[in-house]
Design a protein around this ligand. Structure first.
Ligand SMILES: *Cc1c(COP(=O)(O)O)cnc(C)c1O
Length: 393
């Protein structure tokens, strides 16, 4: 058994907060009514859903009527893009980036097979967009611009206010996948008044899996993806996932309360981890913009070793991290995000993502700093791509 367990894979999913569990359990056990029912069983649940909607709206500085509960971040992203295309049927063009989560990227690839024109914007070596390219890519035929707030693999934050402003100038809908920023970076939708739609996912901020949010600004044309009953004002039919909605409401309240902790204590831990690993391990480099990054994420490459091998050895030591995104690992191709950034082959293969949360401690960081350097040394000794050997391709 490992001496210690360190969970540093919070961009993949997070631990559900005990307070969230405590608040949702009664909505599985006692308050199991259908919120649409006339009787008191429904009424008490309906009231709690209203509170959850208010809590989510409050986290985003939005109005409760602008919040739709969905089944996950993926559904929210799909819904937003689908709605924009159906609301502007004469337009046949979409702008997105090469580094989106598969929930946007693969949906857009699918749309391009169905005859839509899709521009996949490139990023530079630090993972940032060229704003002139953004501007040039959007034209009269562009129905929707869908660009993420922060990247799940590198933490790189895009300037969504500026991008959204350009999209609005050109008459396109602007959607942003903000799954990786909830609870880490402030999101104020009064200030971000160029954002039409925004997606969140509960399990990325200490609520359970299987609950998502789509924010839709008041007055925005909307066409639903699912057709059915009147739930969510017809915008997302299906009997409400009541316990999980209660949970995401509580998680939103807690996220707002812990935002400061994420931006100070969690960021300081991430920065110390980064500094110490760079100091102790030669031929290591950080992927992503040094400043424009979520406070919890460190994507770091160790040349001449395989990320998968590092992860397995870390796992044996009780440390849970990730190489690239969980959705793309399992294939031997280096991550699409690092490839788009032009990270050299020998570095992209040896990349590891550490993503922290408010549950991590300084002792966790000490433990990673102690365990990782000898792992890299051992792997380099047996690596066929060793530093003194020829680079493949
Ligand atoms: C996790 C994630 C999603 C998908 O959310 P699910 O709830 O797992 O469907 C979408 N976008 C980003 C950036 C993510 O990190």
């Amino acid at each position: 058994m490992a001496k210690r367990q360190v969970y540093a894979d919070n961009n993949a999913t997070t631990q559900v907060d005990e307070q969230v569990i405590a608040e949702m359990i009664p909505y599985l056990r006692e308050f199991y009514g259908n919120p649409s029912s006339m009787h008191y069983f429904g009424g008490q649940v309906e009231k709690k859903l209203t509170e959850a909607r208010e809590r989510v709206a409050s986290m985003l500085n939005a109005e409760p009527t602008e919040i739709i509960f969905t089944s996950c971040g993926t559904e929210s992203d799909n819904m937003a893009i689908h709605s924009a295309l159906m609301s502007a049927p004469e337009k046949r063009h979409i702008v997105t980036t090469k580094v989106e989560h598969p929930a946007v990227l693969n949906y857009c690839k699918q749309l391009s097979k169905r005859g839509y024109g899709v521009t996949f914007l490139s990023v530079d070596r630090q993972g940032m967009l060229d704003m002139n390219e953004v501007r040039d890519s959007i034209h009269d035929d562009t129905a929707v611009v869908s660009i993420m707030h922060a990247n799940n693999e590198t933490g790189v934050i895009f300037p969504i206010a500026e991008i959204g402003r350009i999209a609005k100038e050109k008459g396109a809908f602007f959607h942003t996948d903000a799954v990786q920023t909830a609870g880490k970076v402030p999101i104020d939708l009064q200030k971000l008044d160029m954002v039409d739609m925004l997606a969140l996912s509960g399990h990325k901020f200490h609520a359970p899996k299987g609950i998502g949010i789509l924010y839709i600004r008041r007055g925005t044309k909307f066409r639903p993806l699912l057709i059915g009953g009147h739930q969510e004002r017809g915008r997302r039919p299906g009997t409400e996932n009541t316990a999980s909605i209660v949970a995401i409401g509580k998680a939103a309240e807690l996220a707002a309360l812990s935002l400061n902790d994420e931006q100070t204590r969690v960021k300081a831990m991430r920065d110390r981890l980064e500094k110490e690993l760079l100091a102790r391990i030669p031929d290591a480099l950080v992927n992503g913009h040094p400043m424009q990054r979520t406070p919890n994420t460190l994507n770091i490459s160790f040349q001449y070793v395989e990320g998968e091998a590092i992860l397995l050895m870390l796992s044996e030591a009780g440390i849970a991290a990730s190489s690239g995104s969980a959705c793309t690992s399992g294939s031997l191709e280096p991550s699409h995000v690092l490839r788009a950034m032009g990270v050299p082959f020998t570095a992209a293969h040896g990349s590891v993502r550490f993503s922290l949360s408010r549950y991590n401690t300084e002792e966790d960081i000490d433990y990673i700093i102690e365990q990782l350097p000898p792992v890299i040394t051992r792997l380099r000794e047996i690596s066929p791509f060793g530093a003194d050997k020829e680079t493949p391709h």
